[in-house]
Design a protein around this ligand. Sequence first.
Ligand code: GLU
Length: 489
Amino acid sequence: MTAPEIRVRFAPSPTGYLHVGGARTALFNWLYARQLGGVFLLRIEDTDKARSTDESTRAIFDGLNWLGLHWDETVVYQGSPEHLARHQSDARSLLDRGLAYRCFCTAAELDERRKEADARKTAFKYDRRCDRLAPEDISRRVADGMPFTVRFRVPEGTISWDDIVHDTISFPDKDIEDFVILRSDATPIYNLAVVSDDIAMRISHVMRGDDHISNTPKQILLYHALGAALPRFAHFPMIHGMDGKKLSKRHGATAVADYEHQGILPQAMNNFLALMGWSPGGDREVMTMPEMLELFSEKGLLRKAAVFDTKKLEWMNGQHLSRLTGDDLVNAVAPAFVRAGLFASLDSVEEVKPWFVGVLDDCKERARTTDQLVGLTELFFPGHVVTIDAESAKKNWPDRAVAADLIRASRDRLATLEPWEDKAIETALKTLATERGVGTSPLFQMIRVAVTGKSVGISVTHTIFRLGKVVTLQNIDGALQWLAQGPPA
Ligand code: GLU
């Protein structure tokens, strides 16, 4: 007997950007499929025409492509006419087989009854009055063109399933009201559309966020009623902000694209998302996609709420950045350099690749994001004009005359220095510090600001080495001028 095929799906509603929670769901489904030789499908749940937009659909595609979560087969659009027709025919078959009934209660009437229940402090549950209508009454109302919804009749009993994440989850059916599956305009309600599509797409595992747990019993009832085998279900824990509350915009960026634009690498984002609800065991945290694919297992899926810690994401990104080398490093960061205007295009990166790799290798360990890497390396680009940062100047050149004197003396030493090497540069500057009776670090910081305009960066001696003698002296001259005249007006 061959093992049943693994078919999973990511089923976002295109009503906004690709949220980090959605991306995490997509990633877990993708990892599951790829690891087990299964199929990963994408279904755009666009039945809510008023809220669905093409722009959101594009944002979902872009986000998934950026993360490298490529889907198999063609995208399924839930609201397309052929699928809608199937949702309706599934509802019709439930009606025909007496498993669902027409409900003529209007929204206003239901509201009224809900309010009455609230006033009595009881939970509102549909009282099945339309299920008790006589057949001739129903036929007359239908013939009169009276609008109706279709309600699924919830049978007695208890629904339970063996959740991959939570183990057994049970819901007594008495807590579930006869729910609507088709609106009065014949459009399907979410639970019907999802089940109908999941059956048609032969989905073997439905894996999504915990917020869908309350839908699952209804969906299981529909599977039974439609005579289909149940998939396995997995519900991933909610994502919380650092304050323990459900992640929302209040906590900062929640769109995947925002992190792309902040210089986060897709592999770091994937790694970070994977650890929100999964652990490979032990202390292991930093993993590449191939490593995650090897380690991923449903046993490592966690129940407790995951915490979205942007500091950790940045740290993770720094870890991924510093592990990249050669072409991989260039390919990962080059788009950020083009965006920053340091290269005209990706083609122009090719022309100076060995030099670029050298600069990146020098700086990558100090950067947590590609944007920080741009900031650390821009001064090495030909033609870069140093701007002295006023704060850095104030802090490191507290006395301008003293600073100017020491910077000029450093310039003299560097001007005649041979060979131009890290060690020789360091020795020359340390000797000067000793001769002048000043500390090495204050002197190095003074020179750093003179040469780079900033107070942070990679090692001063290596910065000077990499800039070369001509540019170093030029930058120092600019700083001396600044010190003599003050900042440009
Ligand atoms: N469209 C639903 C959502 O975006 C997901 C449906 C599902 O995974 O079953 O939350």
